[in-house]
Design a protein around this ligand. Sequence first.
Ligand code: DLZ
Length: 158
Amino acid sequence: MATSQKNLSDHSSKNITDVSKKTFAIIVSEWNEEVTESLYSGAYQTLLDHGVEKENIIRKNVPGSFELSLASQWMASDSNIDAVICLGCVIQGETKHFDFICDAVANGITNVSLKYNKPVIFGVLTPNTQQQALDRAGGKHGNKGDEAAITAIKMLGF
Ligand code: DLZ
């Protein structure tokens, strides 16, 4: 289903496991900050709602989504971290930046996840417009940050 018809925060309870003793890293890109801060709020609150301790949620910022790959590697290589959630927003522009950044981050995060054998979640919005981003960051289509946190939890319950 296209995300334009789906509230991203709707999810089933399958594979929801006890994560109260787990440690999560959330990495937040500073580009399109209004959007990424909402994604962070959603992810953070969802982890708390599932029993994660505040001190077991470690936040790091990166300048832009391109830097999520390396930062996720730094966090995933820490044996105390159980899952990494990467949050960013790349808005389609007039330059090729969009394609380069999106491809690089998707591949980079995948490689980190496979290398460290841990969930590294792709919570990066890739909309055409700022409004589409806001709709998915606490707006009418829910919050992709919530979804990213739920995905991390579900992967830990795999
Ligand atoms: C350069 C750039 C551009 C044009 N657009 C975005 C964007 O929409 N979202 C985002 O997260 N980052 C953007 N960046 C910054 C790059 O991700 C990166 O930080 C710089 O290219 C430096 O490596």
